[in-house]
Each structure stands twice: as C-alpha cells, then as structure tokens.
Design a protein around this ligand. Structure first.
Ligand code: HEC
Ligand code: HEC
Ligand code: HEC
Length: 123
C-alpha cells in the first residue's frame, strides 16, 4: 500500500519534471513547428528537429510514408501517436526511440510559435 503510493508519487514527479525541464526551449533554425492544435489544447507548440531526423533517416522513411511533405498538412494528435502508433509514434514508441510520454521533449516551443519552418534563430 505504502510502496504503491511512493511509486505513484515518483511517477508523477518524473512526469512533471518532463513538463518543466524541456532543454530546447526555443528551437534552432530549420526546425519545424507543429502547432495547429497543441496550444489551443493547453500544450506548448511542438518543435520538430527536422535536420536532426534528416541526418538519421532517408527522406523516404518519412515522406510520404509517414508525413505528407507540407507544413501543417498532417492531422496529428496524441491518440494517433500513443495509441495508434502513427506519425511521431511510429518511432517514438519505446522501441526505435523513446516513448511519447516525455511531453516536453516534443512540446518544447514557446507560446505563439506558428506552424511552419522556424526562422530567425542562430544555428
Ligand atoms: C514524440 C513527440 C511528442 C510527444 C512526446 C508528445 N507529443 Fe503531444 N503532440 C505531438 C504532435 C506532433 C502534436 C500535433 C501538434 C499540432 O499540430 O498542434 C501533438 C499534439 C498534442 C495535443 C493537441 C492534440 C490532442 O491530442 O489533443 C495535446 C493536448 C498534446 N499533444 C499533449 C501531450 C502530452 C500531455 C504529452 C505527454 C504525455 C505529449 N503531448 C507528448 C507530439 C508529441
Ligand atoms: C523523421 C521523419 C522525417 C524525415 C526523415 C524527413 N522529414 Fe521532412 N518533414 C517531417 C515532418 C514531421 C514535417 C512537418 C509536417 C507537418 O508540419 O505536418 C516535414 C516537412 C517537410 C517539408 C515541408 C516544409 C514546408 O515548409 O512546408 C519538406 C519540403 C520536407 N519535409 C522535406 C524533407 C526532405 C527533403 C527530407 C530528406 C532530406 C526529409 N524531409 C526528411 C518529417 C521528416
Ligand atoms: C522514422 C523515425 C522517427 C520519426 C517518425 C520521428 N522521430 Fe523523433 N527521433 C527519432 C530518433 C531515432 C531520434 C534519436 C533519439 C534516440 O536515439 O532515441 C529522435 C529524436 C527526436 C528528438 C530529440 C532530438 C534531439 O535534439 O536530441 C525530438 C525532439 C523528436 N525526435 C521529436 C519528434 C517529433 C515531434 C516527431 C513527429 C513530428 C518525430 N520525432 C518523429 C526517430 C523518429
């Protein structure tokens, strides 16, 4: 009983720490912002490090297999990512890469960022 409660508290603390310790608060030039729904639903915008992924994977791994190659053209939500394993959840599933429970790793934008290529940040 007591052990279970400590476990729950620890779990909550870990989750909270992900919310508040996003280490990439503003993003880099060439990152993509996805914010058609996130901010409206109370989450910081998603900053997707396109360059990073482009170096790891060939374009055709993602385009058009996973994402339509146009900013804002993909109707993404958390059910599709976590439950259905679509979009980011194809890889961020605890197998190919980390699980999609670390909210702030993706939701690392600042309020007001618009969907599209992030510009005006130094490399
Ligand atoms: C692997 C990356 C990733 C992680 C981790 C992640 N999200 Fe998201 N999330 C996205 C993307 C991409 C979108 C779509 C953004 C948009 O277009 O507005 C999104 C959208 C959302 C939305 C709006 C759509 C909806 O489903 O209602 C909410 C709310 C949300 N995320 C909450 C969370 C929470 C809470 C967590 C942690 C438990 C989390 N996300 C973790 C990538 C991620
Ligand atoms: C890991 C997956 C992934 C890989 C690999 C990838 N992309 Fe993307 N790409 C995305 C996502 C996600 C978006 C944003 C889609 C959205 O906003 O809905 C995007 C958007 C784009 C866009 C649209 C930009 C705009 O302003 O509309 C272009 C062009 C593009 N990618 C080209 C490429 C090319 C070329 C490569 C290979 C060199 C590549 N991508 C590799 C995931 C990927
Ligand atoms: C084709 C597989 C794939 C897809 C699809 C994918 N990712 Fe990733 N992503 C990775 C891998 C692999 C890494 C490297 C981290 C690791 O080694 O686990 C990574 C790393 C990241 C990082 C950390 C980069 C850094 O600077 O350290 C973020 C943030 C991220 N992904 C967000 C997203 C978001 C948001 C989406 C959906 C829009 C997405 N990813 C879709 C495979 C993918």
């Amino acid at each position: 009983m007591k052990k279970a409660r400590v476990g729950i508290l620890l779990g909550m603390a870990i989750l909270l720490s992900f919310f508040f310790t996003g280490d990439r608060a503003s993003g880099y030039y060439g990152d993509m912002v996805l914010n058609s729904k996130a901010e409206k639903r109370g989450m910081p915008p998603v900053v997707f490090p396109h360059w990073y992924h482009r170096a790891e994977f060939k374009c055709k791994v993602c385009h058009p297999a996973i994402f339509e190659m146009r900013s804002g053209a993909n109707d993404i939500d958390m059910k599709k990512i976590i439950i259905d394993g679509q979009f980011c959840g194809k890889c961020h599933n605890g197998t190919i890469s980390w699980k999609p429970i670390e909210c702030a790793r993706c939701h690392s934008g600042t309020p007001g960022m618009k969907t599209g290529v992030l510009e005006g940040f130094p490399q």
